[in-house]
Structures are given as structure tokens and as C-alpha cells.
Design a protein around this ligand. Structure first.
Ligand SMILES: O=C(O)CCC(=O)C(=O)O
Length: 284
């Protein structure tokens, strides 16, 4: 786990003193770390009792009680969809708030909005949300190295706060997120589809360069990491006996979201292939 600084200790390591209704107070040091490294770990954004809504939504999706269209329920490692998810290594649900509207406006969305504003400034709105569950004993539940901007179309305002909530403790053993700090300052690297083309596989991958080492972000249930559009990241397989679930809500500027939608880019894996082929990582 990342060591708490004296400033963090003073405001309460479990985050309880920093949760104020819909708000979560981000320190100046954390804002600086987000800008320097391209990501930051925030402790205790959600308390245990506040996680119940999310646990329930997760169960509803994984038990297939919620109808999700086509590729928006898939295995992120193979691109498989429309089949029995029991064999998926990483169950990926895109746009859960679209398929389960009762999620819209939930407490995590509201707290994450307060965090996005503190990290990125005014005008940040929800662009998309996502569930990612790595199944137990799946060493192949690897999320390929990438920069998020590589998956997205070019827009003038690239500000992004992707709030990644640990629904389970997230550890090296179960495949926690890993980041290449500072890589957000480089241009987007060339990416390629992991398998075949983008109809076969939504997943894009880029390569780490010799000598580059990533930093694991082991975080507890209720903690989040927030990352920007440019930082290179990914995660390893799940060798543990338990799941690694994450709930992700990504904020971008309202202008960017409007531009994306005008071009038919919705973050759904069911978007037209032409739109999915026009993303930044495939244009380099
Ligand atoms: O959950 C993971 O391992 C990867 C998630 C990710 O790449 C993202 O949220 O941008």
C-alpha cells in the first residue's frame, strides 16, 4: 500500500474526515500528485455502508438480471460476447448507468464529480461508466497496457478524471492497476487491437519501452485511484481465490462529451466500427 503522508494522516487515513456528504476533500498535495504522475490514490472515498448500492448493482449485472446489449457485456481479454460469462477472465460491463438507470446520480457518482472538479476544474461531466470484474484463479485476466486517450477520438479539451473505485481490495495478487507515472506528458503511443481488428477485439495494446517499470496501485475497498487520459496503465492476472471488482466513472469536459456524441462515439462497444477505428491510438 502507498504510505500515508503526515498531511493525510492528519485528515484521517480512512477518509472519514474527508467525506462531507456529496463531497470528498482532495488535498493540495494530492492535486499536485495527480498532475505530476497522471494518477492519484484517494483513500476511503466510500465507507463500507455506502458500498451496498454498488455491491447490489454488481450482483444484478453479473447474475444477468439486467439486459445489456451485445458487446457491452464482454470478456475484455478475448472480446467474446453473447456467450456464457462463466468462462470470461475479465467480465466487462460498459455503460452500466444506461442499462440500470437507478444507478444514475448514486453517491459514488456525486463524490466522484466533486473529486473531478477539484482535480480538473469546472465543466467536468460523466462521459461513461464501466464495471470490470476479474474472476478468481485467472492468470489470464490481464488488462493490456494502454493510454485511455488511445481508445478515444481527438478533442481539443482532453481533461479527464477517471475515478476507479475498488469494490474489492485490489492487490498485486488479484491484478491491481499499475501505472507508468509521468507518461501522460508524452504524445499518445501507437496502439493495436489485441486480436484481429476492432470488431474482433475492442481491446487495444501498446508496448512498454525497455527500462520502463510500472508502479502497482494496491488499494482497499472503498478507495479510488483517479487517472488522466494520457497515463499509461494496465493490470496483471488474478492468481487469488477472490474476485477483483472495480466500478469506474470517467469525467471529461462537457465540450468533449458533446463532440464525441456528435460523431457517434458513445464508449459503447457497439459503436460503429468506423468510429472505433478513428481513435487516437490507431492514428499514430
Ligand atoms: O481495471 C483495470 O485493470 C483496467 C482499467 C482501465 O484501464 C481503466 O479504467 O482505464
Amino acid at each position: 500500500m502507498t504510505q500515508a503522508t503526515p498531511a493525510q494522516a492528519a485528515v484521517g487515513c480512512d477518509g472519514s474526515a474527508r467525506r462531507l456528504g456529496d463531497d470528498y476533500i482532495v488535498s493540495a498535495e494530492e492535486v499536485a500528485r495527480f498532475k505530476r504522475d497522471g494518477y492519484v490514490h484517494l483513500r476511503g472515498v466510500m465507507s463500507e455502508s455506502e458500498m451496498k448500492v454498488i455491491d447490489d448493482a454488481y450482483d444484478a449485472f453479473l447474475e444477468r438480471r439486467i439486459l445489456v446489449e451485445g458487446r457491452d457485456f464482454n470478456d475484455m481479454t478475448t472480446g467474446e460476447f453473447g456467450t456464457d460469462p462463466a468462462n470470461y477472465a475479465i467480465v466487462n460491463v460498459m455503460l452500466p448507468r444506461k442499462y440500470l438507470p437507478s444507478l444514475q446520480g448514486n453517491l459514488f457518482e456525486r463524490r466522484a464529480a466533486s473529486i473531478a472538479k477539484q482535480l480538473c476544474g469546472d465543466g467536468m461531466v460523466i462521459d461513461f461508466d464501466q464495471l470490470l470484474a476479474k474472476q478468481p484463479f485467472r492468470n489470464d485476466a490481464v488488462f493490456a497496457w494502454h493510454q485511455d486517450q488511445a481508445y478515444w477520438i481527438d478533442t481539443p479539451d482532453r481533461r479527464t478524471a477517471t475515478c476507479w473505485l475498488a469494490v474489492d481490495d485490489s492487490t498485486l495478487a488479484n491484478g491491481c492497476m499499475q501505472f507508468l507515472p509521468g507518461s501522460q506528458r508524452e504524445p499518445v503511443r501507437p496502439h493495436r487491437p489485441l486480436h484481429g481488428d476492432r470488431d474482433a477485439s475492442h481491446t487495444l495494446v501498446t508496448d512498454l519501452r525497455p527500462g520502463e517499470t510500472t508502479t502497482p496501485a494496491e488499494i482497499s475497498r472503498g478507495d479510488i485511484t483517479v487517472h488522466c487520459e494520457g497515463v499509461l496503465h494496465g493490470s496483471g492476472g488474478n492468481s487469488s481465490a477472490s474476485r477483483r471488482r472495480a466500478y469506474i466513472v470517467a469525467f471529461r469536459s462537457s465540450d468533449t462529451v458533446a463532440k464525441e456524441r456528435s460523431l457517434g462515439f458513445t464508449h459503447s462497444h457497439n459503436d460503429d466500427k468506423g468510429v472505433k477505428d478513428s481513435v487516437d491510438g490507431l492514428q499514430v
